[in-house]
Design a protein around this ligand. Structure first.
Ligand code: C2E
Ligand code: CA
Ligand code: CA
Length: 421
């Protein structure tokens, strides 16, 4: 393989951007041949297949040249050069696949063996020997998984994206299994810098201890249906911590938790929140659930019913990321909520010109008309804070007064406040 790899690198140098293709080949169900007929029969199959393919490779009359090597076990790598069109390339690969259509007779048994072929072209699909092979492998693994009658697939960037999603999905599953999803608490303040409470934010680490951003794992958890488990783990852990903090300090604070609408719509959400309140010992009025505006728009009735029932027992609701969806005023006025969270993107440009500031002022007025408090997210600079004060914002959350904190640091923050009073 090392030899072949250097050959590949020299092909790249010699070809000077002339294209060629690497095909990663893996036999299908080869293990069952070994398991059922024994290792010797397995070896004979490999020899038989290699002979058929070598005959194809050795055909010097063909304009298209190819080089075959066995990587290990039942894995092969084929390099194809000298073709002019995609069809010519595909025909060559087809010939390797077709060479397996006749059965191989091994120890008196007719065996039908097929293989999966994934290919990537230099320089279109990859610009180095390393990435060419790994992209061909990714395509091969993808077509093998697909279990379709077609066994040949060209690399595309979607394949790597799918692989990445799968990798993160597995990490989320492991974190749920091992109970290692944890949380940070980001402080929220009123305009006089008095602590109002905390927003709990989900956190997850990789096995090597590196941090995986929620911006990455939350959307994947949503997509693969694991978000309710992530939410619940954060709810439970954050509520226990928060309950300790408020009991110790005696302060009346609010804990905001993020719930995906998928989770909210699940049967049992109301009961889950009721249990959270009774087990942690925090009062319903100290709990606030944040729901994203854009998602609320799509799933009206059932979500509204659920929100209403929880508000009846005193739980508060916040409309998160306000301004990013397309909700009409009349729709918004129907959402039973307590707090409007203006999205960071509006705060980022609040001082870029007068109309941006007036836009935020209009959102604040709108919130007030609907009887809601308004919090601005992602406040980082003093000038943003001044602008928000001048247009009547009620609360802020942002790096200027507090980054997301570990549970210990959040407790210390509250300790320092109680020590002052
Ligand atoms: P979000 O709910 O809008 O949370 C606020 C995000 O803005 C957090 O990012 C927070 O760290 C960040 N942030 C706050 N202040 C500032 C600031 O001044 N500057 C900058 N640059 N960023 C600031 P994070 O923690 O990465 O969370 C990203 C998103 O992931 C959250 O956005 C929320 O939508 C989602 N999320 C987090 N935890 C959970 C959870 O437990 N359940 C669900 N369903 N979603 C969650
Ligand atoms: Ca939020
Ligand atoms: Ca938000």
């Amino acid at each position: 393989m090392i030899l072949f790899f250097s050959l590949l690198q020299s092909v790249i140098i010699v070809s000077e951007k002339a294209r060629f293709t690497a095909v990663s080949i893996d036999l299908n169900h080869f293990k069952s041949v070994n398991d059922s007929l024994g290792q010797d029969a397995g070896d004979k199959v490999l020899i038989g297949i290699t002979e058929r393919w070598k005959t194809l490779s050795a055909d010097e009359s063909a304009a298209v040249q190819n080089y075959l090597t066995r990587i290990n076990g039942d894995e092969f790598l084929l390099i194809i050069c000298g073709y002019d069109t995609e069809k010519e390339l595909r025909d060559t690969i087809d010939r390797f696949a077709d060479a397996l259509s006749e059965p191989l007779t091994v120890e008196g048994c007719d065996l039908y063996i097929s293989a999966s072929f994934g290919y990537a072209e230099y320089p279109t699909d990859a610009d180095s020997a390393d990435s060419l092979i790994s992209h061909a492998d990714a395509a091969m693994n993808e077509i093998k998984k697909a279990n379709s009658s077609d066994h040949i697939l060209r690399y595309s960037s979607d394949i790597l994206r799918n692989e990445h999603i799968l990798e993160i999905e597995n990490k989320i599953r492991a974190a749920i299994e091992n109970d290692t999803v944890y949380f940070n608490l980001q402080p929220q303040y009123n305009m006089e810098h008095k602590l109002r409470g905390f927003e709990a934010l989900a956190r997850m680490k990789d096995s090597d201890g590196s941090f995986i951003s929620p911006g990455e794992f939350i959307p994947i958890a949503e997509k693969v249906g694991l978000i309710d488990k992530v939410d619940s783990m954060v709810f439970r852990k954050a509520a226990d911590c928060f309950s300790r903090i408020i009991k110790k300090s005696g302060l009346d604070l609010t804990l905001s938790i993020n719930a995906s609408v998928r989770h909210l719509l699940k049967n049992g959400f109301i009961e889950e929140i009721q249990e959270l309140i009774s087990k942690s010992g925090i009062s319903a009025s100290q709990l606030e659930i944040e729901i994203t505006e854009s998602i609320l728009i799509d799933s009206a009735e059932k979500a509204l019913q659920c929100i209403n029932r929880l508000r009846d027992i005193g739980v508060k609701f916040a409309i998160d990321d306000f301004g990013t969806g397309y909700s009409s005023l009349s729709y918004l006025s129907k959402i039973p909520a307590d707090l409007l969270k203006i999205d960071k993107s509006f705060i980022d440009r609040i001082n870029s010109n007068e109309s941006s500031k007036q836009y935020v002022a209009a959102m604040i007025s709108m919130g007030h008309i609907m009887g809601l408090d308004v919090i601005s997210e992602g406040v980082e600079e003093q000038e943003q804070l001044e602008a928000l004060r001048s247009i009547g914002c009620d609360l802020i959350q942002g790096f200027i007064w507090g980054r997301p904190l570990s549970a210990d640091d959040a407790e210390k923050l509250v300790d320092s406040i109680t020590a002052q009073t």
